[in-house]
Design a protein around this ligand. Structure first.
Ligand SMILES: [Zn+2]
Ligand SMILES: [Zn+2]
Length: 345
């Protein structure tokens, strides 16, 4: 079968691999669509090496149909369209038993440590697949980033009437914004640097947009919120400046959710008295638990969140060079790129 294999950073290409073997409690999924994630590019270009195995087939956001299943798998049948989780959780450690499967003590992951989805077929434990009934191929392929957006919005603990700011109108920021909208905020403000992406955020529900390169974001947020500031801030940008911005727009009793990694290693100072007086907190949100997949799937089915409009490009697996050129050179237009390893869908 054909697969896109990264041998080591900047050394990659299509390869002919043996078909994966199906375990007793496992399934083989024929991949219909797999989305490129920025973290895939980080692996390909050597920025991410932690918990990454080389050589490996990358790709962790995907959907497909069950091509084979082990005798121990009873909840899906051959030919079923499924949503696939990418974190391989054990189900027996304390975090798994508490429902926090994305924090599993024994976790592994497709596309980083195990062969991923930029391939015609991929093997995974049966417990990671969920019937995708009622979802399109595009929606099912994007359920992992959708789950991340939901996780960020849930972690913010938005109450009706809160002023909510999202920083970073990339795919996760746009998704977090849509999930945040379902909690009935007063203002839903998107802050970013690219006008085209900010306009897209407005189309999908932002009440206000602020281009931080042109406008003083702190002043603008204070004006929009009548001097109250933001009560919930979801930071999906991967820069140090984004946290500095979040700290400047924080209102009382605020929660700042940190979704993206900056990767810079640079410390960001916090004014201690400000922290105490305003009584705000900073909390992380990353990864998607099984429960969050379930909730995200329901919300997408019920049209609370629009995933389809995030799909900007589709390419067959044979055109991976074009996929990488698009994400490197055309980032304004490339929101989510779908790779189709078994031809068009
Ligand atoms: Zn991803
Ligand atoms: Zn576990």
């Amino acid at each position: 079968m054909r697969a896109f294999v990264v041998n080591k950073p900047f050394d990659y290409g299509l390869a002919d691999l043996r078909m994966p073997e199906c375990a007793h409690d496992g399934v083989i999924v024929k991949v219909l669509a797999a989305a490129l994630c920025h973290s895939d590019l980080d692996i390909i270009e050597g920025r991410r090496r932690h918990q990454v195995k080389f050589p490996n087939t990358v790709g962790h956001e995907f959907t497909g149909i069950i091509a084979e299943k082990g005798k121990g798998v009873t909840h899906v049948n051959i030919g079923d369209h499924v949503v696939c989780e990418c974190i391989i959780w054990c189900g027996t450690c304390k975090q798994c038993r508490m429902g926090f499967t994305s924090l599993c003590d024994n976790f592994s992951e497709l596309g980083t440590m195990e062969p991923g989805a930029f391939a015609q077929y991929t093997a995974l434990p049966g417990r990671l697949v969920h019937p995708a009934e009622g979802l399109t191929i595009e929606e099912a392929a994007l359920m992992e980033p959708a789950g991340n957006g939901l996780h960020a919005a849930e972690t913010a603990g938005i109450l009706p009437g809160d002023n909510v700011v999202i920083i970073g109108p990339g795919p996760i920021g746009i998704l977090a914004m849509q999930f945040a909208a379902s909690f009935s905020p007063a203002k839903l403000i998107m802050i970013g640097t690219r006008d085209s992406r900010l306009a897209f955020a407005k189309q999908l529900g932002a009440t206000h947009i602020i281009n931080i390169n042109k406008t003083n974001a702190a002043e603008a947020v204070m004006e929009i919120t009548g001097g109250r500031g933001a009560e919930r801030i979801i930071n999906c940008a991967t820069t140090d400046v984004s946290l500095e911005t979040a700290l400047r727009i924080t209102g009382k009793n605020a929660v700042i959710v940190m979704e993206g990694l900056s990767g810079s290693g640079k410390p960001v100072p916090i004014m201690m008295d400000d922290f105490i007086v305003k009584n705000f907190s900073i909390v992380p949100a990353s990864g998607v638990s099984t429960r969050q997949y379930m909730t995200a799937m329901e919300m997408v089915k019920n049209k609370k969140v629009n995933l389809t409009s995030l799909v900007s490009h589709k390419f067959p697996l044979e055109q991976m060079d074009e996929v990488l050129r698009t994400i490197r050179e055309d980032r304004d237009k490339a929101m989510k790129i779908l790779i189709l390893p078994n031809g068009s869908v």
